[in-house]
Design a protein around this ligand. Structure first.
Ligand code: NAD
Length: 495
């Protein structure tokens, strides 16, 4: 039997009983009573028991979102009031950034100060889209002199019930990048966080309720991807799935969504290239290139994992990036003076280890790193591989760990060809002091984002998404809002 408790609060009640799901404004245990464990990847120990929703609970959550949407619980509020609620949610998140950061770090491993920065970045999604809530306008269209007595205009309307399925590598940011624009558009939502990192998503649900989002407009359910995630992807009452995760699971969501032809927004994997030209400012480039691959222990979709360096500066850059990798301090997220935390799980540690071992076996040279660190938690050294080529798995497949493959090139055409030789197309960066050359290469790269003398920037403001198998659609910016809107054309005679 399910049990409800409207008074549950995070983090006070975590640990006393399995964390519940948020359905229709109530905190609810799964019908089956089943639970699963959430771990601290820095120690490998259990930190909470979590309600394990199943297909039946998924139905209940979707029905709650459907009712909330169909009754107009959210859209009947004035748009400016909805914007104010989203802004308030951002303020609450910022005010709780210390505690939220501690829990984000405890559940996914990243050092606490970086987790706190991620909380602010997530809050900024709500602040940015708060401003859009009362600016969802259509157009008036001139139908031309031949039809003077007919006018046309467009309305932009929320797509309906959106299921959001997100990964573990930046839990609050991934969830906020979907919830904030979907709510600004007027949708009702069911959020399913990753099995590895269910905790702060529940807290985000509580914050949205506290900010004034009506019951049922945001529901949060926790459970396995192949049951809860799959049930959401095929659910006939879900109008759209917004998914961030691996290309492999993205493909299965496409198949599952065919029943009611639901709309899909897919933010998938990457194998992003970094190109260093001979005139790059190496003092600035080397630490930035190391940060592009090693930050968050390489568990970043847009990580710059393929480095192409002009042969004139190849050795200097390889040695510099390797030295940066050796300098970075691995450690428990809550300890001070830590640069990198652990990988998320034993499974991820095994995956990274097996890619590096496979690279070695196929002839790669390990310049630095290549090993697990310690036996508690899932720490892995920042790793630089040379002697690689584009046929090797380490250069073709997403590893999602702190592993960089480096290849030399002799001219720009070759660098662009190498960079574009990938089934992915998420991010990229180019490092040079020549602005015209940089902008010229930006146009030739087949990627959703190109950084010129920077790898990662843009936040809520710049559209982000992938070419090729890195995804469908864009998050952030105006494009991120449009992803949750339908366009209706209205034509009318004037007499
Ligand atoms: P994943 O694909 O294994 O899981 C992502 C989510 O999908 C989780 O919530 C999981 O429970 C769920 N899921 C698993 N199987 C499912 C199924 N059959 N049906 C529906 N849902 C299912 O990815 P991950 O390991 O959690 O995260 C790492 C991946 O995410 C990497 O590939 C990374 O590149 C990608 N990612 C992409 C972006 C982006 O913006 N493009 C951002 C972050 C992470």
């Amino acid at each position: 039997m399910s049990s409800q408790n409207t008074d549950w609060t995070f983090p006070q009640d975590v640990g006393s009983a399995p964390t519940p799901n948020l359905i229709d404004g109530d905190w609810t245990q799964s019908t089956s009573g089943d639970t699963f464990s959430a771990f601290d990847p820095g120690t490998g120990r259990v930190i909470a028991e979590v309600t394990k929703a199943d297909a039946h609970d998924t139905d209940t959550a979707v029905a709650a979102a459907r009712r909330a949407f169909d009754e107009g619980r959210w859209t009947r509020l004035p748009a400016a009031e909805r914007g104010a609620i989203l802004w308030r949610a951002a303020d609450i998140m910022d005010s709780k950034a210390d505690e939220l950061g501690v829990w984000e770090s405890r559940n996914m491993g990243i050092p606490v100060p970086q987790a706190r920065t991620m909380v602010h970045e997530a809050a900024n999604q709500f602040r940015y889209y708060a401003g859009w809530a009362d600016k969802v306008h259509g157009h008036t269209i001139d139908l031309g002199p031949a039809e003077r007595r007919v006018q046309g205009y467009t309305l932009r309307e929320p797509v309906g019930v959106v299921a959001m399925i997100v990964p573990w590598n930046a839990p609050l940011i991934s969830a906020s990048k979907k919830l904030a624009p979907a709510l600004a558009a007027g949708c009702a939502c069911v959020l399913k966080p990753a099995d590895e990192t269910p905790l702060t998503a529940l807290w985000l649900g509580e914050i949205l309720l506290e900010a004034g989002v009506p019951a049922g407009v945001v529901n949060v359910i926790t459970g396995p991807g192949d049951t809860v995630g799959a049930a959401l992807a095929e659910h006939p009452d879900v109008d759209q799935v917004a998914f961030t995760g691996s290309t492999e699971v993205g493909r299965s969501i496409i198949h599952a969504a065919t029943g009611n032809l639901k709309k899909l927004q897919l933010e998938l994997g990457g194998k992003s290239p970094v190109i260093v030209l001979p005139d790059a400012d190496l003092e600035r480039t080397i630490p930035a290139v190391a940060g592009a691959v090693f930050w968050n222990s390489g568990q970043v979709c847009a990580a710059g994992t393929r480095l192409f360096v002009h042969e004139a500066v190849h050795d200097q850059v390889v040695e510099g990036v390797a030295a940066e990798g050796r300098r970075l301090r691995l450690g428990y997220g809550a300890d001070s003076d830590v640069d990198l935390g652990p990988l998320i799980s034993q499974k991820q540690l095994d995956r990274v280890t097996s890619y590096v071992d496979g690279g070695r076996a196929s002839g790669a040279d390990v310049v630095t790193g290549g090993h697990r660190v310690g036996t508690d938690g899932y720490f892995f050294e920042p790793t630089v591989l040379t002697g690689v080529d584009q046929s090797m798995n380490v250069m073709r497949e997403e590893i999602f760990g702190p592993v960089l493959g480096v290849m030399p090139f002799s001219d720009i055409d070759q660098a662009v060809a190498l960079a574009n030789d990938s089934s992915y197309g998420l991010a990229s960066s180019v490092w040079t002091e020549n602005g015209a050359t940089a902008h010229g290469i930006a146009r030739r790269l087949r990627a959703g984002r190109v950084g010129l003398n920077v790898h990662r920037a843009g936040g809520a403001y710049m559209p982000a998404g992938g070419y090729r198998q890195s995804g469908w659609g864009r998050e952030n910016g105006e494009e991120g809002l449009s992803a949750y809107l339908e366009v209706k054309s209205v034509v009318s005679t004037l007499d």
